[in-house]
Design a protein around this ligand. Structure first.
Ligand SMILES: NC(=O)c1ccc[n+]([C@@H]2O[C@H](COP(=O)([O-])OP(=O)(O)OC[C@H]3O[C@@H](n4cnc5c(N)ncnc54)[C@H](OP(=O)(O)O)[C@@H]3O)[C@@H](O)[C@H]2O)c1
Length: 262
């Protein structure tokens, strides 16, 4: 018998989670957009239901609506939710305390911050637990998000940093890719050739980093000969203080996450 999970909100993230876990778990989806709900039902053979059913007939509930819809959803859930049932929220900036205040302080709250690559099973999800959550809640959350990538467990005080690093992280990688592609283009390379060179360089470098288990710094030094082409490029990155740009950018994201959760 499959463990049943209630999912509230079947948008980008809810849909990606369903895609990754529907074979392992029974899914009861509550989604207000009828067309979207029916699309997911057809695609993954899941059950579409109302909020009450998605709260009562499951072992855990995942909240995958936007932060501005939380108030309504929590209010609707409260009368139907057993106190010991884990509630897993993926909303950016919604703290465990916010949920506990609305569901009651005994609520078993888990907070998770997944990122976009969950759509291809390669996400990473930062997870923390609220005051009344128990080990089995955390284990279940790790199992669920483990179906769509890796998981890390942190204390809640680190969730803003997790948001800044991996939650927003895919956008930094896409930006890097855009800059890299435009630069390849500016050298006069054919667009398709430039794209292949850039994509495979990123993929191959990552694989190397994973396989060799050496620090990025060590591998970078190994491919940089004094006075060579790589050194010429790295000198430019250094002149514009890429390191400082990264630190400032991530700090801005962390501050924004902190402000949103006030
Ligand atoms: N996207 C990301 O990369 C990312 C990463 C980490 C965390 N998150 C978090 O994930 C959550 C969902 O984000 P998303 O991008 O998946 O949003 P989304 O695409 O807008 O999905 C939310 C879905 O929930 C539906 N909904 C709203 N209120 C509802 C209600 N009361 N009952 C049932 N369904 C309801 C929405 O319908 P309508 O469209 O009709 O409103 C929509 O289909 C957010 O809290 C966000 O902070 C997102």
């Amino acid at each position: 018998m499959k463990v049943k999970i209630g999912i509230i909100g079947g948008g980008n993230m809810g849909g990606a989670i369903i895609g990754g876990i529907h074979k392992k778990y029974g899914i009861l989806l509550c989604e207000q957009d009828e067309k979207r709900a029916q699309g997911l039902k057809r695609k993954y053979k899941i059950t579409v239901c109302d909020l009450k059913t998605a709260a009562q007939e499951v072992q855990a509930v995942i909240l995958a609506v936007k932060p501005q819809n939380f108030e309504t959803v929590l209010e609707g859930l409260k009368p139907h939710l057993a106190k010991s049932k884990p509630v897993i929220s993926i909303a950016a900036g919604i703290t465990c305390l916010y949920i506990e205040k609305r569901l009651g302080k005994q609520a078993h709250v888990v907070r998770a911050m997944p990122n976009l690559p969950v759509q291809v099973g390669e996400g990473i999800t930062g997870i923390c637990t609220g005051a009344a959550a128990v080990d089995s809640d955390l284990i279940l959350a790790r199992r669920i998000f483990g179906c769509i990538g890796k998981t890390v467990v942190v204390e809640e005080k680190w969730m803003d940093a997790v948001t800044a690093v991996s939650g927003s992280g895919p956008a930094y990688v896409f930006l890097f890719m855009e800059c890299f592609l435009r630069a390849a283009d500016s050298l006069g390379l054919d667009k398709a050739v430039g794209r292949e060179l850039v994509m495979q360089t990123i993929k191959g470098s990552l694989k190397l980093l994973e396989r060799q288990k050496e620090e990025a710094e060590v591998l970078r030094e190994r491919v940089t000969s004094k006075g060579g082409t790589t050194q010429a490029a790295l000198d430019v990155f250094s002149k514009y203080e890429l390191d400082k740009i990264f630190k400032e950018a991530l700090s801005a994201a962390q501050q924004r996450a902190k402000a949103l959760s006030q």
